[in-house]
Design a binder for this molecule. Structure first.
Ligand code: SF4
Length: 485
């Protein structure tokens, strides 16, 4: 069957903006970080002659993207709430250059707000809601639009919404994304502060059974049922990935919670042992010791763990479903087994006070994980947190990012202002990293490995630049209509 020449685009945006199809919250981060555009790579793997362009990671300007888009009949852009206005400008520029090109947006923002998105972006022909892989495939195959599930589109000046598309049940039917990575991406352009460089990430399943009120994807696109690929297909893919990308130092399973299905995670771990690859994945802070031990013995190096807060009431408020005493025990067990942890914390969640901020900083220091990330609570449309924030007037719909792409604090409470929450982020980092233990850990790593030395020096420079920018940006009110492009 003939398919349209399809371009999948993670559009140019703020400098260093990790805003694309792989980023859980979209922002310019403390150190140069880019997630793989895996959500776009998936339909790209299903459409012959497609192309995936990741403009921020490849540092491409809008003019360069327009030049590379020549000859494509269909363009699919992954958008997000913080980057939406900027992405609309990219869509307009492409449509101006190539009026015949069909233009569509995908991502959680348009899944939640299809009508509003099409109204706000007159150059858009359609948006694909929910899981969009097959929606885009059917558009590329030329199927009549009124028959395509999960599609909202413009026709004769009116906007139509087709019925929802059910979630994919058999994940094994999706082709591997690594051929697209090999064909279209430069894997050395993907960094983050805790995975060894170069790293490679992919999904082995979608959805998360947990119900955290702030978390975007399970509430909008991927659902609460963890749908997985068979263990054997994951093992086969990893064997191929190792052969295709011998330079990769860490493989990352980016499933929302890879450990949500423990027996399968064990099967995969055991199957991967003979490949001798180091791995990392997302996990909740409640995995029993015996499972951690099996994972460690079979190549697990690092877990990315959402601790969020050190205050139990806040964890209850956000439906985290994890107790701080269990999280402490889990962290102690990981340390004992030699599993590194990148701990994620969020300030400004419902119930936050000056005291709970202090409590969370103390908790993080007590956990003493290898590296941390401190984010600001962000009310994305489609989440329970957004609905709560609107109902309680904690949020006035100001932009989630500043004009330089860094995260803005948008939530505020009668007893705690946005700027108090935002200032606490810097204090948090200083309190955690200016202790002897992390300093010694970083120095030891730098002495042992010249690559680590080079990388930490670069990251240190980027981090201090970020702090300087953040201080300057503090007085600047976040703007809804940003001009990134
Ligand atoms: S456990 Fe993690 S991925 Fe799952 S809903 Fe909570 S924050 Fe989201």
């Amino acid at each position: 069957m003939n398919t349209m020449r399809t371009l999948f685009l993670n559009p140019p945006s703020f400098e260093g903006f990790d805003g694309g199809a792989g980023s859980r919250y979209q922002t310019t981060r403390e150190v140069r970080s880019f997630w793989y555009p895996t959500w776009l790579a998936q339909p790209a793997a299903m459409i012959p002659n497609s192309k995936l362009i990741d403009a921020p990671a490849d540092d491409l300007s809008l003019a360069e993207v327009i030049q590379r888009a020549k000859g494509f009949e269909l363009c699919v852009i992954h958008t997000s709430t913080p980057s939406f206005d900027s992405d609309v400008k990219v869509a307009k520029a492409l449509k101006d250059a190539y009026p015949q090109m069909l233009m569509g947006f995908v991502g959680a923002h348009v899944a939640v707000l299809p009508q509003e998105s099409l109204e706000a972006a007159p150059h858009l022909d359609f948006v694909a809601r929910e899981e969009f892989d097959y929606t885009i495939l059917e558009i590329a195959q030329g199927k009549p639009w009124e028959d395509i599930l999960g599609m909202s589109y413009r026709k004769n000046g009116a906007i139509s919404h087709n019925n929802d598309r059910p979630l994919i049940e058999n994940m094994d039917e999706l082709p591997s994304v690594i051929n697209v990575y090999k064909r279209d991406l430069t894997i050395e352009n993907y960094f983050n502060g805790y995975l060894r460089h170069p790293y490679l990430s992919l999904y082995t399943g979608r959805g998360c059974p947990a119900r955290c009120s702030f978390c975007l994807w399970p509430q909008t696109v991927s659902g609460h049922l963890y749908r997985v690929r068979s263990a054997q297909s994951v093992i086969n893919e990893m064997a191929r990935a190792k052969e295709m990308f011998p330079q990769v130092k860490d493989f990352f399973f980016d499933d929302d919670t890879f450990t949500a299905n423990l027996s399968r995670a064990v099967e995969i771990a055991k199957g991967l042992k003979k490949l001798g690859i180091t791995r990392a994945c997302n996990s909740r802070a409640n995995i029993p010791y015996e499972y951690l031990k099996i994972f460690r013995e079979n190549g697990l190096r690092l877990l990315l763990v959402g601790y969020e807060s050190g205050n139990q009431q806040i964890l209850n408020n956000i439906k985290k479903g994890v107790r701080t005493d269990i999280a402490k025990e889990f962290t102690k067990n990981c340390r004992k087994l030699g599993i590194d942890i990148h701990g994620c914390f969020i300030l400004g969640l419902p119930g936050e006070t000056k005291d709970t901020i202090e409590e969370t900083m103390k908790y993080a220091c007590e956990l003493d994980v290898k590296t941390i990330q401190v984010s600001l609570s962000a009310p994305y449309p489609g989440t329970e947190l957004y609905r709560q924030a609107m109902a309680n007037k904690w949020y006035d719909e100001s932009a989630l990012s500043r004009s330089d792409g860094t995260q803005a604090c948008t939530l505020h409470y009668p007893h705690l202002s946005s700027s108090e929450i935002e200032q606490a982020v810097l204090r948090f980092y200083s309190r955690f990293y200016a202790r002897p233990k992390p300093i010694l850990r970083i120095l030891a790593g730098m002495l042992k490995d010249p690559n680590e030395r080079k990388r930490r020096l670069r990251e240190g420079k980027e981090f201090f630049q970020y702090l300087r920018n953040r201080k300057t940006a503090k007085s600047e009110a976040p703007k809804k209509d940003m001009a990134a492009v």
